[in-house]
Design a protein around this ligand. Sequence first.
Ligand code: ISJ
Ligand code: GLN
Length: 769
Amino acid sequence: MSPEPPKILLVDSYDSFTYNLASLCRKAIPNCRVHIIKNDVIEFTDLLSYLPYFSGVIVGPGPGSPDVPEDVGLVKGLWKMNDTHVLPVFGVCLGHQSLAVEHGATLRRLSVVKHGQVSAVEHTGIDIFKGVGPVDAVRYHSLHVELGGAKNIEELAWSHDEENGRVVMAIRHCTRPFWAVQYHPESVLTRGGGTDVVLNFWRLACAWNFSHGRVTRPWDQRADGLFGTPWPYIRPSSSIPRTNAPLSPSTIKLNIQGLSAPDICEVLGVDDDSSPFVMLESAAQPGRFTIIGCLTLASLRVTYSIGDNFIRLANGESCDEVDLGSHDVWSWLTSFMNKKEVIGGSPEIPFWGGLIGYLSYELGVEYLKVSARRMHREARHPDVNLVFVERSIILDSTSGNIHLQSIMEDDDEWLTEMAAQLHSAVRNHSTYSSLNTSPPTKARPNTSTVILPDGDLYRSRIRMAKEYLAAGESYELCLTANTHITLNDPLAPKASSTHSPSWQRYKHLREINPAPHAGYLRLHPTTLMSSSPERFLSFSRPPGATYQLRPIKGTIRKGPNVTRAVAEEALIGSRKEIAENLMIVDLIRHDLHGAVGEDVEVKQFCTVEEYRTVWQLVSVIEGKLPGGADQALSRQANGAFGWEVLKRSLPPGSMTGAPKKRSVGILQQLEDEERNVYSGVFGYWCAGGGGDWSVTIRSCFKYDDRYEDDANKSYDPDFYPGIHEPEHWVIGAGGAITDLSDPDAEWDEMLTKLQSVLRVFGADGPRGH
Ligand SMILES: C=C(O[C@@H]1C=C(C(=O)O)C=C[C@H]1O)C(=O)O
Ligand SMILES: NC(=O)CC[C@H](N)C(=O)O
């Protein structure tokens, strides 16, 4: 009989780095099984009888303080076990602080907090540091411990901070098998002191277990009941069998020069303001494909608002509310897409047909189970707003090819007709207004109002955010605020069957701020225009799917003297910017490890990319499922696992800060309004597997409630409910606040981001005040 594998209990204090620690543990401890529990799922006294199943415990990092019982939960109890229960424990950061504090150490705040910063760590070279060379370790902490009054605690490592003096970096208990480190061994930038230290812990733990005659209890049903499957646990996304025969796209490939994405939209009738319309546009590098939906009266709209127990399905003819029953919106959509599977399209085309639309920020917040203070349950606008696209036109900016596709049966006639229409559009191309790029007329005086966030209030919120950071509640907070624009010009051309003001504005936006993740989504009641630079998550078609996230953190405004070299110096050369980006990279590694398991890699760390108005610092993280799971899941459903990864990773970490859950809760205190469409994601899920979702930033949206009940039903050209009404647009903008943030500079950065979109309204831009 083979020996039982080492079993490690990892206690998670609601951190955003826990799965990184699990992964480190799996790398360091041969063949181990890691069971993760939250620190509040069980009382410590009830956990005691389960400890014999484990060879050791790892106590992870987390927000808050070791002094606050709710922050550490059952962890406190571990250090007070009586001799019969004792087992080896390794603490990290909050875990380290808890070990020290429970033994009499003094908890203090650092004079200057360390979030996402690398420090040289000196160590004794013994014990968990035996054979360990130089350590350059990432730190995420505001609090630290002084060992003066501590009993039985010995220092093993320390750092010398310019501002804080000597800070304890690792300790051990003198008589019990307890060790801990203040730094983060699992961070992607930690060099030395990671796997080597965890392996040493494991060797010491084995030696202690052996010398104390401690044998782990064989795993049984009882343990299974509480601790379940060890990490990495790949969640099957859907067990619903495929019920329909898969569809197959019919395609025509054209190479027509001189037809832009907006030209094609106009051929398709985007100017009819009452009709739904979707385009995901790669309006700049590194974007390649533009996806345009060719919607029909029968195109199915799928909407859902938080708090509802139904999904709304509508097309131009009917509208139904479908009871969710035991499903949530995520699983409902998974089974919906299971019935829509498409196979056999051209492999290089990312989208063959499928869902296009947006998911709100609050949808992600709801999944995190943060108690939502301000959720307006009544009369919510859609948090999920999607349309199922059966006919599409894809532009490939690399080859110049235009692909017409349909997954509707016997649709060749449409393909031929559309090809003919596009050919004739080029011949008459002067009739298409998109070729005339003149911006919408500047707003007449007194016809538009722009309500900017209040500068003093924003700065005071930054200071409050920094107070939370100093207290150890968060490592980084992405603070944002909304700008409201009201347009009320009785003389401006009205929405009609031949004129869509929002479309004209979008065309202007793509000119002044071309972006790789641009988009125009008119899914009434919502209209979204985006010039987003940021991909959130893309997943390629299974099998062998790659899950890629591309967080941006670090922004500077472009200007005549801001060359690439200057931008690199300002971004890569800045401790602050690298720290901001690193924190999100570590957070995203955790989110991805939580979904796909062990195979997660940082492919690009902090590279400067150029956009029309800003330079940005971008990192790329990719994950893959293990071979067996990948095969099994790809047989089961068409990209449903990508949908699962999306669900588990929202809201985008770059829009929350870390640790995600606690930070989202704090941001709800600091921000006055819901973020809604802003800070969520928009993109597609292809029915052939694969998807691409962008972060909804550098965007603006409006709700037009007058369309709500009727527009889906009516394509009646005489029905324009918005005809004499003002338009009300919202632009969200913000930035990551860390301890190193300067309130004036952050306000300015927020204005820079805001300005990239606000200019389309022809309104006077914001000035710093
Ligand atoms: C918050 C915004 O952007 C986010 C914050 C960034 C930053 O702090 O540098 C960069 C990109 C986004 O992840 C925004 O555009 O409104
Ligand atoms: N990363 C952590 O565990 C942080 C611990 C604690 N909240 C601090 O800020 O010091």
